[in-house]
Design a protein around this ligand. Sequence first.
Ligand code: SAM
Length: 232
Amino acid sequence: MDARHLSQRLLRVASYVPKNARLADIGSDHAYLPAYLGLNNQLAFGIAGEVVEGPYQNAVNEIKKEGLTNLIKARHADGLAVINNEDSIDVITICGMGGPLISEILEKGKLKLTTHPLLILQPNVGEKQVRNWLLINNYRIIAEEILAEDQHIYEIITAQYDEESFELTTEDLEFGPFLRQQKNTAFITKWQEELKKIKYVLEEMKKAKEFPSEQEQKMLAKIRRIEGILDD
Ligand code: SAM
């Protein structure tokens, strides 16, 4: 993969970035996403933010290799700390990390969100935590996508700040308000696999001498929720 040959996952993320965006890609590693957008004349300005030295150097090299140094800046700092007021960032992408880390980055960087940039998030796991952060912080989910690539299933969540209050049900938070309506093949595969895993763990735990009934009840409730969505 490079900026000219993106994975399907990052291509789909790129499709949610509005044209002429002022983008901050956080946890950018090789800066493939901003570089791809820059090469395709989709960016007005870009930041490739990285906290780790090696991936930061990868970003520096990729941006240089593609002749994009005037358009995209590689910056070495933690989370949203790479964003300055004068950057006027209007889109933030955070991809390829766990939901808890994405939520932590957003929470720690809240001061950088006062201008309400569009958020395009691609958690590898823990999507519920991301949706919960969005709900608490008045970010309304406006699009969701789930796709399978190389034996993995990925979710992409796009959210826009909304002053109006809105709600998400337990099912919306867990399965995604759009994804659970669309129920495409990747969605069904993901939740069938999750169901199998929980049932297996439940059986194994039952064999253990001390199996807290509270935990059993939680797992049974989750099984019921997943079966409810799949059978709906
Ligand atoms: N975004 C790319 C993608 O989706 O292919 C790269 C994903 S890579 C698995 C995750 C990257 O996030 C790593 O390069 C890691 O160093 C970086 N990262 C993790 N925590 C970070 C943070 N707090 N701030 C900036 N970068 C972070």
